[in-house]
Write a protein that binds this ligand. Structure first.
Ligand code: PLP
Ligand code: SF4
Length: 463
């Protein structure tokens, strides 16, 4: 028996374990390396019909009609690479759920909106959504490498190229709108275009003097990492400052191939940020989200947003409660690297923009008394006092002047009131809630403030 680890096996599964019915060797045993690594081959050979899908993953007889009907509403597209991540033995496979039609999608087919974010209501010219003061969304492509069943922009996926004249009108709008300093180039997926076509668009955008940054939104590093080839990289790095937002949802998507694609982009100086969608049955538990975030950090991809699933038609079964999202966020802050924590947002239905939601750590705030009651990640309570403000300072200074002599301050001892965490250990604690500062002598190291100050002065290099 062969023990080849397929190219596209997720990092977490790369160690030898019970053989899974997945990977390139399982689904595409006779495809050559040359074909597999050619993004155009991957694109051409996407699974787009139920008959093709059934060759790889059996479809129960009773589900054919429902699934056929669902595909009439929203097309299917699965690259061979993305299919290779599916575990054929797992009927709840989180990869397949994102791209394959399901009975739930049929059952709930009438719920949800065509354009849940009202993108077309904020559109000065076709393809542009101008919702925020200084940045616009530009939809330049009607195709993707894979079609995600929960996609908020299902309505535009026709797979014919956006006419050049429309793209020119979008560019013109940005050129004559000096407030726009940031453009999100999206679709569809811009990286499904050939490199030349994409370059023609990027070069027009780069020629606009007031446009500071260009961002591309793409799921291609997740769904078609072969697309991130040297030719593309050479081209992209001519248009800096360029940022790319990627879209990983599940740790199984963090494969060596995806990591390589991200590494190439990062080495070209393109910062990568991830926008994940919280999806029921795919990633709606803390362990999965943590696995995703930690895996992204290892790939040097910064988690940016975690989206609440939009009220998209045909996406009802993917939606979770907001409470679920807040619970997950609560499980992250303080429990893992702050760098790994995305902002959880709900896109305002009908066009409100992204609204951050999350656990509440400010329990009470009294602006008159200048006090805040806070809780930390362990549920411990802290009181923070705000600065007293100029009026109070002036009054105090006047009192001191009246008293005559100004006494020297007492040094560090004057700072041991409860509001200052580090002086008495309030702000420091281990998971068991016990304060630890002071036990190790780490704070003062046995020196007085005066001793430390004079030591610091002595070390000043002499010119
Ligand atoms: C998400 C989005 C942006 C970018 O928002 P950021 O919070 O800056 O990432 C811009 N325009 C529209 C219409 C969007 O949906
Ligand atoms: S890749 Fe993005 S734009 Fe394309 S279908 Fe998926 S979510 Fe929608």
């Amino acid at each position: 028996m062969q023990t080849i680890v397929p190219d596209s096996v997720p990092l977490s599964l790369a160690a030898p374990s019970t053989p899974k019915k997945s990977g390139r060797a399982h689904y595409y045993p006779s495809v050559t390396d040359e074909q597999w690594n050619d993004w155009k081959w991957q694109f051409r050979n996407r699974v787009t019909t139920l008959d093709e899908l059934a060759k790889f993953l059996p479809i129960p007889a009773g589900e054919w009609d429902m699934k056929r009907s669902v595909l009439k509403d929203f097309r299917m597209g699965i690259t061979p690479y993305y299919l290779s991540l599916v575990d054929a033995d797992d009927k709840d496979d989180p990869i397949l759920k994102q791209v394959g039609p399901t009975v739930e999608e049929y059952v709930y087919r009438d719920l949800g909106e065509e354009d849940p974010l009202g993108e077309e209501n904020y559109s000065p010219v076709p393809g542009i959504t101008h919702r925020y003061p200084d940045r616009v969304l530009m939809v330049i492509s009607n195709s993707c490498a894979i079609y995600c069943r929960y996609c908020t922009r299902k309505r535009i996926m026709y797979e014919d190229a956006v006419p050049d004249i429309e793209i020119d009108r979008m560019v013109e709008y940005i050129a004559k709108t000096p407030a726009v300093r940031d453009v999100v180039v999206s679709g569809g997926d811009p990286l499904t275009y050939g490199t030349k076509k994409l370059e023609s668009i990027l070069s027009k955008l780069r020629a606009i003097p007031h446009l500071e940054i260009i961002r591309i939104g793409s799921r291609v590093p997740v769904s078609l990492p072969q697309r991130i080839d040297d030719e593309l990289i050479e081209m992209l790095q001519k248009y800096h400052p360029l940022w790319i937002n990627v879209h990983f949802n599940h740790p199984s998507e963090l494969t060596p191939d995806a990591a390589k694609a991200c590494d190439k982009l990062l080495r070209a100086g393109i910062p990568l940020n991830n926008q994940a969608v919280l999806l029921r049955g795919v990633n709606d538990d803390l362990a999965t989200i943590k696995g995703l975030l930690h895996g992204l950090m290892k790939m040097r991809v910064r988690p940016y947003y975690l989206y609440q699933c939009d009220q998209i038609r045909g996406g009802e079964h993917f939606r979770t409660s907001i409470q679920k999202g807040i619970e997950i966020m609560e499980g992250l802050r303080g429990h893992t690297s702050g760098l790994a924590i995305p902002t959880y947002v709900i896109d305002g239905p009908g066009g409100g923009g992204k609204i951050p939601v999350g656990p509440n750590y400010l329990l009470h705030y009294d602006p008159k008394k200048k006090k805040a009651i806070l809780r930390n990640f362990q549920g411990r309570i802290f009181e923070y006092s705000e600065p007293q403000g100029r009026a109070a300072l002036v009054a105090k200074a006047n009192r001191l002047t009246k008293d005559g002599e100004v006494k020297p301050t007492a040094g560090p001892k004057s700072r041991t009131n409860g509001a200052n965490g580090h002086a008495n250990g309030n702000g420091n604690g281990h998971a068991d809630g016990k304060a630890v500062v002071g036990k190790s002598g780490w704070v003062h190291r046995g020196h007085s403030r005066e001793e430390r100050l004079s030591a610091a002065t002595d070390k000043t290099p002499k010119a």
